[in-house]
Design a protein around this ligand. Structure first.
Ligand code: NDP
Ligand code: 8X3
Length: 255
């Protein structure tokens, strides 16, 4: 999908981090971006910065299929064909070994990272197929492949995303719809703040002496996947900070 082939791209988790940055870059290129998230005030700010295209707010919790459908249906009849879906909404809640974790945190991660992704996909696949040039980009994680203590259920939800991306490819054979998966390592967004349940100090200290990825790094990877010519399907991109050789094993620099 190049900027010459403008259409509608749905981005979930658009209110922060990777999703926000991806939304802004796509709108700059002239696409119509349907921005999905729960925080209406954040989406309203994005609408103000639409660039050459436009950002349309779809305020919904991806875990709630009916609410999601209503939020999308408000805009979709008036939008250009849906040519992209960036399944990015997700989170990690809590960060301890399984024996000290909360079942509610597990439920929220499974319902969002797995259930939410399935909801957006189910609602948009018919339109992606109908456009004849649809492309799904799923945001996985290096946690799917490199285990670290405390990653457990979060990592497993991301392994689901990786495997489903490959399965989507086979199911969508012949439709022209492409599927890519991007697996980032540690990136500075609101992710750590959510993982550490609002503990800003702990979230900030995660980056002591390391240079994490930025939201721009991941948005650039999403846009690169989307802009390959139609005969090229990027299956998987794994991106880590130079300072993160695997999992959460970090090479910390001390003065
Ligand atoms: P942020 O916390 O900055 O952004 C997460 C986004 O997901 C927010 O826009 C949030 O919006 C949205 N979201 C969360 N739950 C829901 C929900 N139930 N319904 C709708 N939207 C929801 O984190 P990142 O940008 O870092 O994370 C984006 C994706 O990247 C996630 O899937 C994450 O697992 C993955 N990832 C992150 C890495 C990192 O180190 N940062 C590394 C690897 C992968 P709102 O709260 O307004 O609903
Ligand atoms: C999160 C990746 O390495 O920060 O998806 O745990 S990491």
């Amino acid at each position: 999908m190049s900027s010459q082939e403008l259409g509608t791209v749905v981005v979930s988790g658009a209110s922060s981090g990777f999703g926000r940055c991806t939304t802004l870059r796509l709108a700059e290129q002239g696409h119509t971006v349907l921005a999905v998230a729960r925080r209406a005030d954040r989406l309203a700010e994005l609408v103000e910065q639409s660039g050459a295209g436009q950002v349309l707010p779809a305020v919904a919790d991806v875990r709630d299929l009916e609410a999601l459908q209503n939020a999308l249906d408000k805009h979709l009849p008036h939008c250009p064909p849906v040519v992209g879906l960036v399944n990015n909404a997700g989170l990690s809640r809590g960060f301890g070994p399984m024996h000290s974790a909360k079942v509610d945190d597990w439920r929220q991660m499974v319902d969002t990272n797995v259930g939410g992704l399935l909801h957006t996909t189910a609602l948009l696949l018919p339109r992606l197929i109908a456009s004849g040039r649809g492309h799904i980009v799923n945001i996985g994680s290096i946690a799917a492949s490199y285990p670290y203590t405390g990653g457990n259920v979060y990592a497993a939800t991301k392994a689901f995303v990786h495997q489903l991306s490959l399965s989507m490819r086979t199911d969508l054979e012949g439709t022209g719809v492409r599927v890519s998966c991007i697996a980032p390592g540690m990136a500075r967004t609101e992710f750590a703040l959510v993982r550490y349940e609002g503990d800003q100090d702990r979230a900030d200290h995660l980056y002591d002496g390391v240079s994490p990825l930025s939201a721009e790094d991941i948005a650039a990877a999403v846009l690169w996947c989307l802009s390959r010519p139609p005969h090229v399907n990027v299956n998987l991109i794994e991106i880590m900070p130079t300072d993160q050789p695997f999992g959460l094993g970090l090479t910390r620099r001390h003065a």
